[in-house]
Design a protein around this ligand. Structure first.
Ligand SMILES: CC(C)(COP(=O)(O)OP(=O)(O)OC[C@H]1O[C@@H](n2cnc3c(N)ncnc32)[C@H](O)[C@@H]1OP(=O)(O)O)[C@@H](O)C(=O)NCCC(=O)NCCS
Length: 175
């Protein structure tokens, strides 16, 4: 039997990834209830997303990483968003999504490791934070494995399938 070897590449997103990223948001929004959007995805224009990615490349306290198979099929995204205000520019909000077919193979771990390495090298980010659906056991297990601490429960942080859900606030301090 011939086994096919796939190369998974994790790299910074570039403006020409915009179309794939928007399609990925629609695909993954349909695959899980644990994202802030549903099957409609991010609902941004390709031009807007490309412009956003262009700006991101210049920023030292924000990033988007994409995981691809052979640099073709997009299968995962991790991002850190921040602002440029001196009082809060050290805080990065983490987002992560892996395509459902690839859950459980360690890609989420690899993306979170890359985020942490980038944060340490940024010289600016001193806190990574996120809010996760309280029932999202897979994501919470991933974050705890990476050393993120639970900081509190945000009651009714989300409204999904006609019901409120709690969010768990988690963070990792970067020293
Ligand atoms: C959460 C998500 C990013 C994890 O990605 P992944 O590639 O499946 O993660 P990994 O394979 O690296 O697994 C990470 C950890 O999850 C845990 N895990 C795996 N399967 C699990 C399961 N069925 N139940 C509970 N925990 C599980 C394990 O602790 C695993 O660590 P280990 O490999 O050391 O055992 C992915 O499931 C996803 O994109 N989900 C939908 C979007 C989402 O929820 N994003 C987060 C929003 S806050």
């Amino acid at each position: 039997m011939k086994t096919e070897k796939l190369e998974i590449i994790i790299r910074e997103a570039i403006p020409s990834d915009a179309k794939d990223i928007l399609e990925f948001s629609e695909q993954t929004g349909a695959e899980t209830d644990f994202l802030v959007y549903g099957p409609e995805g991010l609902e941004l224009s390709e031009a807007f997303e490309a412009m956003y990615l262009e700006g991101l490349i210049e920023k030292e306290n924000a990033i988007m990483l994409v995981a691809t198979i052979d640099n073709e099929e997009l299968i995962g995204i991790a991002s850190v968003g921040s602002n440029d205000k001196p009082k809060t520019q050290h805080v990065g909000e983490v987002g992560i999504t892996v395509a459902k077919d690839f859950w459980g193979y360690g890609l989420g771990t690899a993306l979170m490791e890359e985020v942490e390495i980038w944060a340490k090298e940024s010289g600016i980010i001193r806190r990574l934070e996120l809010t996760v659906h309280a029932d999202n056991e897979r994501a919470i297990a991933l974050y705890e494995k990476m050393g993120y601490q639970r900081e509190g429960v945000l009651s009714r942080a989300m409204f999904i399938n006609d019901a409120f859900a709690d969010g768990v606030m988690m963070s990792l301090l970067i020293d």
